[in-house]
Write a protein that binds this ligand. Structure first.
Ligand code: SAH
Ligand code: SF4
Ligand code: F3S
Length: 486
């Protein structure tokens, strides 16, 4: 669902990946559908939504669909039948924004054909650019930031009457706690649950604190209720989402002594159903506690996979990035993971060519990657974001050619590390949750191990949503290949 393409990550809203195979193939197992999925009703006004950026944006789109569904709209995946097009946007790097501008150009043609078609920009770009979006693109009717989605039905209504609408107020409280997202996944197996919003970290390169506001934790009861609802509807895997899940900290408004940390939230979620896999993202090296690792070790349904963005291997860079840890601290956290959870996969994010980065700093990043042996990584060229601390105080002085060269070295090294990580799995047997039918052959299914590695195997009589034990026989550059052990 989430694809990292050309060092930006983008969500493909039309599910043109594995899921379309399921839809087009009569021999494939039936899709689980449940009453959390969109109710399609051609009689009602149609809402089409396209989502870019991170998993939080995907989950926000699901909240937005619920809000619009409650106000008389029906969701559609067919843009040509849309009455309202919403684009849920990302500002993390310049190319993420450029992609949306390109898309808006394409919508112009649609608007020419239908002048009652409404276009709304929601999400992080809406928050960053505010009125500018209305001024610069005559095409946009509505602009709504991540904390103002409850206002969406009203603004859509006003836009229908010809009045452009904008609400980019950030909130200290909004968590959409009681809104049950309309699930956009196609298989009824995996779902996202947001446990917090915003970020307080102020990494110097990052736009998120400006586009999503301050950090706030969602009421744990509403989180547990949402996960229970997923369990009741047959889901088998939940991913708890936050920009820094380790700083989840809920304080009972009626009794300040009653506090819940991420470790205890994780444990409560895991206890709901031992057959429900629990994942989470993103962990922050400065806050990730041994307590969380011990909880992971205690519950086999909490997946052995941690995404721990390093960003750089150079302590000097980490200080300039305001990450709140240095290289030794990061390696200490890796050591703790390997000690407490020997089977845990570790993945990361790396930024190449941040302000003043030297060849030595870059080498330290490569060395850190080798020392850790990451199972996979998301790797990016530094992209200056207006008004961040880095944009205001530091010079973006590594030239683009050099950034590209360093990024390529990082990608090449990670390619080798990922292959090594897969090679180590050969001969082992893993529990795999089946998520879909292989793109290559409808005789094969695919799923993931607890370590988040994709495995393809002959389907036998199994179906999507089943747990199976798979023996790994070989691997390609992207996937493990194996056979079910009955
Ligand atoms: N909250 C998460 C990550 C959110 S953004 C965390 O702190 O780890 C996802 C990734 O995008 C970051 O980890 C970082 O590697 C990258 N990123 C953020 N801002 C960037 C920028 N200005 N240029 C390039 N990459 C950036
Ligand atoms: Fe951005 Fe840092 Fe917050 Fe992650 S922790 S969202 S990188 S400011
Ligand atoms: Fe992008 Fe906003 Fe997520 S900037 S990465 S969509 S929080």
């Amino acid at each position: 669902m989430l694809k990292y393409i050309n060092e930006t990550y983008i969500f493909v809203s039309k599910f043109e990946n594995d899921m379309s195979n399921i839809l087009n193939n009569n021999n494939t197992p039936p899709i689980h559908t449940n009453n959390l999925h969109p109710v399609l009703d051609g009689e009602k006004p149609q809402l089409y939504i396209e989502t870019y950026g991170c998993q939080m944006n995907v989950n926000d789109s699901e909240v937005v669909i619920r809000l619009m569904q409650e106000n008389g709209y029906s969701y559609t995946e067919d843009i040509s039948s849309a009455d309202v097009i919403l684009v849920n946007t990302c500002s993390i790097r310049d190319n993420a924004e450029q992609r949306v501008w390109g898309r808006l150009e394409q919508f112009k043609q649609l608007k020419k054909k239908r002048n009652d078609l409404l276009v709304g920009i929601i999400g992080c770009m809406a928050e960053r650019l505010k009125e500018k979006l209305l001024e610069e693109s005559k095409l946009v009717d509505i602009v709504i930031g991540p904390d103002a989605y409850r206002d969406l039905p009203k603004l859509v209504m006003e836009a229908k009457g010809g009045q452009q609408g904008i609400n980019v107020m950030l909130s200290r409280e909004e968590t959409y706690a009681e809104i049950s997202p309309v699930r956009l996944d196609k298989n009824g197996v995996s779902a996202f649950v947001s446990i917090m919003r915003g970020c307080n970290n102020m990494c110097s390169y990052c736009v998120v604190p400006y586009t999503r506001g301050g950090e706030r934790s969602r009421d744990p009861e509403s989180i547990l209720n949402e996960v229970q609802e997923l369990i009741n509807n047959g889901y088998k895997e939940v991913t708890l989402l936050g920009q820094n899940v380790d700083s989840y900290d809920w304080i009972d408004p009626n009794n300040e002594k009653n506090k819940i940390s991420f470790a205890s939230l994780l444990e409560r979620v895991a206890q709901l159903d031992r057959k429900m896999r629990v994942r989470f993202a993103t962990s922050h090296p400065k806050d990730m506690s041994d307590e969380v690792l011990h909880i992971m070790a205690m519950y086999s349904n909490i997946c052995n996979s941690i995404h721990l963005p390093a960003q750089s291997g150079s302590s000097r860079m980490l200080k300039l990035m305001n990450r709140g840890y240095d290289r030794d601290w990061y390696m200490g956290r890796i050591e703790a993971i390997k000690r407490i959870l020997p089977d845990c996969a570790i993945s990361t994010d790396i930024i190449a060519g941040f302000c003043s980065e030297t060849e030595e700093d870059h080498k330290e990043t490569l060395l850190l990657m080798q020392e850790v042996g990451f199972d996979y990584a998301f790797m990016f060229k530094y992209s200056e974001r207006p008004n961040t601390k880095a944009a205001r105080k530091f010079e973006d002085d590594v030239d683009d050619k050099e950034k590209t060269k360093r990024l390529n070295e990082i990608i090449e090294l990670q390619g080798e590390l990922s292959l090594e990580s897969k090679a180590k799995d050969i001969g082992n047997i893993y529990e795999v949750l089946i998520e879909g039918v292989s793109k290559r052959s409808d005789k094969d299914l695919f799923g993931r191990t607890s370590q988040n590695k994709v495995v393809v195997f002959p389907r036998k009589h199994y179906k999507i949503g089943d747990y199976v034990y798979v023996k790994i026989n070989k691997h390609t550059s992207a996937t493990l290949i194996g056979e079910i052990e009955d």
